[in-house]
Design a protein. Structure first.
Length: 177
């Protein structure tokens, strides 16, 4: 509201022909949220970022990054939407639940990258089919957006199927955490 009033006041001064001091120049607008079209996304695949899918029975993490490819500065705050699409006929799609961590606002200039983590609970290949989920694709929607990225799962392995659990071992964390 203050910016709008300042703009109206400055316009009135300029229209009247009165000189405007440099200190009264309009402040640059704060960045707005990033849209899906502003971003690129992918899995972090470096050696230190790969989830340990062979380490069954213990949680591991995968990381998904967002990079601002637009010419403007924008912000991300909150949780991405993540739906895992399974490779097995019986898997279907699993919408991941959110952790209890509090989101923070991340500002991304052109070329800046942030990420978020997904906690995973891998299981052994010998686990009965009905108890495991085999990820194939991840549908990743940036916070407060409706369009998603489709990312192929590059790590292999299986996850304990807990898509109906109240507190599953597989869940996602806010962007920037």
């Amino acid at each position: 509201m203050k910016t709008k009033l300042t703009t109206v006041a400055l316009a009135a001064i300029v229209a009247s022909g009165t000189a405007v001091p440099a200190s009264a120049a309009i402040a640059k607008a704060a960045p707005t949220r990033c849209h899906t079209t502003d971003l690129k996304a992918g899995f972090a695949t470096g050696d230190d970022a790969k989830p340990e899918m062979g380490r069954t029975g213990k949680q591991t993490q995968a990381f998904i990054w967002f990079t601002n490819k637009s010419d403007r500065t924008c912000t991300l705050s909150g949780f991405a939407g993540v739906d895992m699409v399974g490779a097995q006929r019986t898997d279907g799609t699993w919408s991941l639940v959110r952790s209890s961590k509090r989101p923070t606002k991340i500002t991304l200039r052109r070329g800046d990258t942030t990420d978020f983590s997904i906690n995973l609970l891998p299981v052994a290949r010998s686990t009965p089919q009905k108890e495991k989920f085999v990820p194939a694709m991840f549908l990743v929607t940036p916070p407060n957006e409706t369009k998603h990225f489709t990312l192929k799962w590059p790590f292999g392995g299986q996850i304990l199927k807990q898509d109906g659990a109240t507190h599953p071992g597989t869940y996602l964390n806010p962007v920037g955490q």
